[in-house]
Write a protein that binds this ligand. Sequence first.
Ligand code: E4P
Length: 216
Amino acid sequence: MKIFLDTASVSELKEGVALGVVDGVTTNPSLIAKEKRPFRPLVEEICAIVPGDVSLEVVATDFEGMVKEGAELAQIAPNVVVKCPLTKDGIRAVRFLTGKGIRVNQTLCFSATQALLSAKAGAYYISPFLGRLDDIAHVGMDLVRDICEIYRVQGFTTQVLAASIRNPLHVVDAAKAGAHVVTMPFAVLEQLMKHPLTDLGLKKFLDDWAKLGAKI
Ligand code: E4P
């Protein structure tokens, strides 16, 4: 399973990539807006920092606008994956852009039927937003499980990118469900590494070592 960071923060991305466990990044218009920097230089910098795929989202909502913006975004760097929303025009845009050799991450997926159509249109990634479903008292992880099963049974090659991740349990459950990618905020990546018993155990080892007074 690949790990992506869900951020447009250059400092978070540099730190994540330096850890050696970050395979890519997802952005969206809200995350870009948070950075308060001109769009082009920001995303060019991100594409240079991250070794793997960088999802950049279109903001047009009509088919013509999406494919125009998608073609422009794809030219920014070879690792760009264009993000299109899961609307009727967005599905058409997936088919069109995929036909031009541009990879598409279909975003804002909230149902298995949407995911089925997106895969048929040729999406490279499908992004079910599980945290936002949890927020409205639907079990987001059920959607991830359903999509993984449908794609496996039907032989679709679209990769399941579990998105809207809010906590470490989401990551564990998405991994168990068979998601190809999980994209998470930097804070969740940090939570994945931490365990109080690790900290306590390390302290005890170092205290005992200090008492011995030896050197390696
Ligand atoms: C995914 O690509 C989205 O950017 C993201 O996961 C949305 O997460 P949120 O629901 O926490 O905003």
